[in-house]
Design a protein around this ligand. Structure first.
Ligand SMILES: *[C@@H]1O[C@H](CO)[C@@H](O)[C@H](O)[C@H]1NC(C)=O
Ligand SMILES: *[C@@H]1O[C@H](CO)[C@@H](O)[C@H](O)[C@H]1NC(C)=O
Ligand SMILES: *[C@@H]1O[C@H](CO)[C@@H](O)[C@H](O)[C@H]1NC(C)=O
Ligand SMILES: *[C@@H]1O[C@H](CO)[C@@H](O)[C@H](O)[C@H]1NC(C)=O
Length: 315
């Protein structure tokens, strides 16, 4: 009886082991594993496993540090576990310019394929650098560049010049610390001229440059600057309005402190300081008069000293 039971257990065990072995063998490992790395963004690709069913894939990575000091432990690539796609963004797995091993396996139900490894291992130094897209704009009389966002690993060298003056090339080093920073001021431009620019991307961690972008040009029209100039003036006036109001308020208050309701002696009136004080005192008394006297004051000042006196009498 005991022998029979042992036999049955043995048979079941053998069936189970061979079954699971068959599962492993049935599900082939992914093939043709490759890394596509462009502008420090790394994507692991593999050919899909051609079996019926919903096959998924999982990816692991191992940097030089793990293979040398961490007993060859593998790290599960985040966002690359049990995925249906046969490629995965492994950018976040690579954070040093050393060799990284990658392996991927297929999963179908309870079955898992063997691991298939990327050969040779990947080093981000081999990333392909492409020139960024560049857009030039004129804002008022300012030349503004918009550079494609490449992430925090990059800075950019922008070269710009006035068309026809190619000997005079200006260079700007642009560091874009965040994605929100898209426009960069390059320099001032002249009305009616054409300006051109090119850009080179520089990957800081690997100290390599992309090739130069296509040349992009922009024409500054004759009216440019005038409109913005007007806008500026309008803006300044708007911004100053509360200040002027505050000053007027302060003047009114000051009047009670420093300008008693008495006649100012003639001797004081001769002095510029006295004159200003007088003006301030007057302005405190009546708003409409304030405007009037300020206008008169400036108007007459430009005539010279003789009318200066006349003006004081007028006030
Ligand atoms: C491997 O994949 C690349 C592109 O992903 C393809 O061009 C190439 O033909 C594939 N090689 C094999 C042997 O399947
Ligand atoms: C296949 O598996 C993926 C991941 O588990 C799941 O999102 C998807 O719905 C499945 N598709 C089918 C047809 O079962
Ligand atoms: C890949 O991952 C990196 C890092 O998380 C991210 O910056 C980048 O936008 C991703 N690329 C795509 C195409 O999803
Ligand atoms: C990248 O280009 C800039 C601008 O031309 C240059 O100053 C720098 O030396 C270059 N760096 C490398 C590593 O080639």
């Amino acid at each position: 009886m005991g022998m029979l039971r042992g036999y049955v257990v043995q048979v079941i065990l053998i069936a189970w082991i061979s079954g699971s072995l068959a599962d492993q063998i049935l599900l082939p490992a992914p093939e043709n594993i490759s890394m596509v790395s462009i502008n420090m963004k790394h994507f692991l690709h593999w050919d899909p496993v051609m079996v019926a069913g919903n096959v998924t894939y999982s990816v692991q990575s191992q940097g030089e540090f793990e293979s040398q000091y961490m007993n060859h432990t593998w790290h599960k690539a985040s966002n690359c576990q049990k995925i249906s796609a046969h490629q995965c963004n492994v950018t976040d797995e690579v954070f040093a310019s050393v060799m990284y091993k990658f392996q991927v396996r297929a999963i179908l139900g309870n079955q898992q394929s063997a691991w298939a490894e990327l050969e040779p291992p990947f080093n981000r130094k081999t990333t392909i650098l492409t020139p960024p897209k560049l857009n030039l704009q004129v804002s008022g009389l300012n030349l503004v560049a918009q550079i494609e966002d490449y992430g925090s690993h990059f800075q950019f060298y922008v070269f710009y010049w006035q068309k026809g003056k190619e000997d005079d090339i200006f260079q700007r080093r642009v560091i874009k610390p965040s994605t929100s920073f898209t426009s960069t001021f390059l320099g001032e431009v002249k009305q009616g001229k054409e300006y051109c620019a090119e850009v080179i991307a520089h990957a800081r961690p690997i100290n390599r440059n992309s090739s130069s972008s296509d040349t992009v040009c922009v024409q500054v029209d004759e009216q440019s600057g005038l409109f913005t100039g007007l806008l500026c003036v309008f803006g300044v006036v708007l911004a100053l309005a509360p200040m002027v109001f505050a000053c007027w308020k302060a003047t009114t208050v000051m009047q009670y402190i420093c300008c008693p309701n008495e006649e100012i002696p003639d001797a004081l009136k001769e002095l510029y300081v006295g004159e200003r004080m007088l003006k301030n005192c007057d302005s405190g008394k009546d708003n409409t008069e304030e405007i009037y006297s300020v206008e008169l004051h400036e108007h007459i000042l430009s005539w010279g000293n003789s009318s200066h006196v006349a003006k004081l009498q007028r006030l």
